[in-house]
Design a binder for this molecule. Structure first.
Ligand code: GLU
Length: 429
């Protein structure tokens, strides 16, 4: 089997097309990216030397609106990955019904090895290298793995310099002071939590308190864990790239996060103000965390962590994919056979881009909403998309990922038809 992520992503689409056929011209348009840019970014390092980093931006599709998607700083970034992530963005935006196509960007770099000033120079260098390729009505970046609002702030500043005008709507996930939206910071985790709540009865999850394990304790995994714990669920395990922690009694994600911010280490903790008490916990590997006997498993780190090898050992009742592409297609089949529901990435983690859309709308209006309004609008979008996917799963008997693709395909197909297809043309002659 090919180890291209893009081939795996396309396999998901091909499967959906077996359940739901669309105009052949729509199918054709979804097979390849609209445009891809590769750039070299020279960066002056703190010691005076020069390094050249490799960067990418892919505009996969803009049938429903300008391309939209984050920028990733990670050593594993390559064109195959960026293309796949841009592909998923196309379907993600269509599932939640926001007027965007799909895009993605990335730089091959380990930002943990760079100083803050070097990261600033790299961020500005990336933006000036791709500035002509993007635009508020063309392609709008945002944060992704190892990028954050601070980096978006440097990038919007750089774009405004290059373009000669203040342009907040060029990028989302910005600091509030530079036109960011309230509620964007926790939007991806929050959206995943809303999707889970909307679907839990339909998926047959037990009533009341659920047990939860979260792989990845970055911005996305942390906020999901925090919201789940605040709602009374028991978060028994969390992990980061170095490994995880487990306790039967349940963790307090806020305290774990506070201790991690101070010590860079994950420990079970309970904090009151700045005083933290470390509690008993067991260390657990990232691999073992995935196989815990919990109600809800949340992969919130990188792609391809649930594979043919470990899928038969997954014991969770529901998997909520907050990472992009964490489940390989063959693992999907195994989970489906084992009656484990997967709330797919293109739905589960769509909260981030949904609030990005709200941010862009606010930038264009010059009018800013209160946080509560952002939460309410996000919930409405996540509920509607989740119920639509559940309905489709009853109608077609397909797994949730395939059904999410069907929901997206319906919208994309309408757009292709409205632009004019051969069939349309022939029927009007
Ligand atoms: N990087 C996030 C994602 O994969 C957010 C994208 C955005 O807000 O445009 O969905």
């Amino acid at each position: 089997m090919s180890d291209s992520i893009f081939d795996s992503a396309k396999a998901q689409l091909d499967k959906a097309l077996k359940y739901y056929s669309i105009d052949s011209e729509s199918e054709l348009r979804l097979q390849t990216p609209k445009a891809a840019l590769s750039v070299s970014i020279p960066v002056r390092m703190d010691d005076g030397s020069l390094r050249v980093f490799q960067g990418y931006r892919v505009r996969y599709n803009d049938l429903l609106g300008p391309a939209k998607g984050g920028i990733r700083f990670h050593p594993g970034v390559n064109i195959d990955e960026v293309k796949s992530l841009a592909f998923w963005m196309t379907f993600k935006c269509a599932v939640v019904g926001i007027p965007y196509g799909g895009g993605k960007g990335g730089v091959t770099v380990n930002p943990k090895e760079l100083s803050l000033l070097e990261i600033e120079r790299l961020s500005r260098g990336y933006m000036s290298a791709v500035a002509d390729f993007i635009g508020p009505n063309v392609d709008i970046p945002a944060p992704d793995v190892y990028t954050n609002s601070m980096i978006m702030g440097w990038m919007v500043d750089e774009y405004s310099k290059v373009s000669g005008e203040y342009t907040p709507s060029i990028i989302t996930g910005k600091p509030i002071a530079l036109g960011g939206s309230l509620g964007r910071e926790d939007a991806t985790g929050r959206g995943g939590y809303y999707a889970l709540e909307a679907m839990r009865d339909g998926l047959g999850l037990p009533k009341g308190k659920l047990t939860v394990a979260v792989q990845g304790f970055g911005n996305v995994g942390y906020h999901f864990a925090r919201l789940a714990a605040e709602a009374g669920h028991k978060v028994v395990a969390v992990s980061d790239s170095k490994g995880g922690i487990y306790t039967d009694d349940g963790l307090d994600p806020k305290s774990v996060h506070q201790v991690k911010e101070e010590s860079r280490e994950l420990k079970a903790a309970y904090c009151q103000g700045s005083v933290c008490e470390i509690r008993d916990f067991q260390s657990i590997s990232n691999e073992d965390l995935l196989e815990l006997d919990v109600d809800v498993l949340v992969p919130a780190a990188l792609e391809n962590v649930i594979t043919e090898k470990n899928a038969p050992k997954i014991r969770a009742k529901v998997v909520v994919e907050l990472a992009n592409g964490p489940t390989a297609p063959i693992a999907d089949e195994i989970l489906f056979e084992n009656k484990i529901h997967v709330i797919p990435d293109i739905l589960a983690n769509a909260g981030g881009v949904t609030v990005s859309y709200f941010e862009w709308v606010q930038n264009r209006m010059g009018l800013y909403w209160e946080e509560q309004e952002v939460h309410e609008r996000l919930k409405k979008k996540m509920d509607a998309a989740s119920f639509e996917v559940l309905e489709l799963s009853k109608e077609h008997g397909c797994d949730l990922r395939t059904c999410a693709y069907i929901a997206a395909l319906r919208r994309l197909n309408e757009a292709v038809k409205a632009k004019g297809t051969l069939r349309n043309f022939n029927s009007r002659r």
